[in-house]
Design a protein around this ligand. Structure first.
Ligand code: HAM
Length: 421
């Protein structure tokens, strides 16, 4: 018998038991993105190495340590994409998408590759939902993009378990002076920092602020804040973004130490954080990248975007597995009841609740059996007599308790139950 071949370290199969959660997140993303006017683009999985070196930055950890780079048989250096932004913008330039009305709104879903040390929530092949809005500098776009991100997480029912960390990291007008100030400060307190921070302080000082080691925290907590060093334009831009988020009642936490691992960012940066996944606490990250399109040989179009780490989202959903399944089985008894329940199912699904609908042909007992096997917390029963009275029965599956609600209010009742999960 031959030895079984195993998958490569750091990559994983997504098994049938998990694919429903993946599909649900993907479907919610597509629905939310498309509703905001974003269109799908599917760039290739490998690109010329130079694209990432130039786009992400030669000195970043990603380019220096984490890329899957190889020479093909023609001797060309190619790289499996570590992220999608550079590829999407390359395609934007290459295909002249910039002639379209701006902002040009694009999204893409697929695998990314980084040679990182694998651990829970960190893989060498992982998947991102990636969204980009290109060609507009107005801070209203920053707020829109963040609102889309939050709506996605509301749609999958995770929004209230996450914190939006928000920062501005300035631009080429104000960041160099801050950088100098920071380097000076870090040098002064170098003895109190870990080896990695000391090395980074010279090479990529802003990234030092990202160090998670407890020993470094007191020094980093007292480091000069980028927010005090912003030029007038950047400070105004940031103030507007905050005002717009507040107008949409989107909570955020200003986090001056939030820096990101890419050289392309300017001004607004953000991450969506969870306390439930240990060290891998970011489920999404993004920011503005004015100047990047030009750096890639295109017009001087500004832009902003984000990427969501699918594995981390699915992990959060699995930690609460009964929340991932449908909320309710709607049980019509007969075709007239089915006709009445179709639009209710449609309406609640539109709002992100997952419900199953019977076809009115099975007996009540066998439908309730099915509800048990589906592990739905609720069944909604509409038989002939309920239909006549304009009512529905909501049955709580674990206790068997039933209550009557008017059919006209069923949609609202289901959404209230969905909100409580
Ligand atoms: P990023 O912060 O590197 O940003 O990645 C976004 C998300 O991808 C992270 O928050 C995390 O959830 C997930 N992720 C990253 N690395 C791994 C890994 N090794 N294993 C599992 N999940 C991972 C970007 O990639 C930018 N391109 C985002 C962006 C788009 N900025 C502007 N537009």
């Amino acid at each position: 018998m031959s030895v079984a071949i195993k998958a490569v370290r750091g990559v994983h199969d997504i098994l049938p038991a998990d694919t429903p959660r993946w599909q649900r997140v993907e479907a919610t993303a597509r629905r939310v993105f498309e509703a905001h006017g974003y269109h799908e683009i599917r760039p290739p999985i490998f690109e010329r190495t130079e694209l990432f070196a130039r786009g992400i930055g030669e000195l970043t950890d990603i380019v220096q340590k984490e890329m899957y780079t190889f020479e093909d048989k023609g001797g060309e250096s190619l790289t499996l994409r570590p992220e999608a932004t550079a590829s999407v913008l390359r395609a934007y330039v290459e295909h002249g998408l910039h002639v379209q009305p701006k902002p040009v709104r694009l999204y893409t879903i697929g695998p990314m590759f980084r040679y990182e040390r694998p651990q829970a929530g960190r893989y060498r092949q992982f998947h991102q939902l990636n969204l980009e809005a290109v060609g507009e500098v107005h801070p209203g776009l920053d707020a829109e993009v963040i609102a889309v991100l939050m709506e996605l997480f509301q749609g999958v029912g995770l929004a209230d378990r996450l914190t939006l960390a928000l920062n501005s990291i300035g631009d080429p007008a104000c960041r160099p002076a801050y950088r100098e100030k920071l380097v000076e400060y870090l040098r002064r307190r170098a003895a109190e920092l870990c080896q990695e921070c000391r090395e980074r302080a010279e090479r990529n000082p802003l990234r030092v602020l990202d160090c998670k080691k407890p020993g470094c925290q007191p020094v980093l907590d007292e480091a000069p804040s980028i927010l005090d060093a912003l030029c007038r334009e950047c400070a105004e831009h940031f103030a507007h973004v905050r005002r717009y988020l507040e107008a949409m009642a989107l909570p955020y936490r200003v986090t001056p130490r939030l820096v990101r691992g890419f050289d392309y960012y300017v001004r607004t940066t953000f991450e969506l954080l969870t306390g439930e996944l240990g060290a891998q606490n970011a489920v999404a990250g993004g920011g503005r990248y004015d100047g990047l399109v030009q750096l890639l040989g295109g017009p001087p179009d500004p832009g902003i975007g984000f990427a969501v780490g699918m594995e981390r989202v699915v992990l959060l959903l699995s930690s609460d597995s009964n929340k991932a399944g449908p909320l309710a089985l709607l049980i019509p008894l007969g075709d007239a009841a089915l006709l009445r329940l179709f639009p209710v199912a449609q309406a609640v699904r539109k709002q992100g609740a997952v419900v199953e609908l019977g076809y009115g042909v099975r007996r009540l007992r066998s439908e309730l059996d099915r509800a048990n096997r589906l592990k739905v917390p609720y069944a909604v029963i509409v038989g002939e007599s309920e239909l006549e009275k304009g009512e529905a029965l909501i049955r709580e599956m674990t206790s068997g308790a039933q209550r009557v609600v008017p059919l006209s209010r069923l949609e609202g009742e289901l959404m209230t139950l969905a909100g409580r999960r």
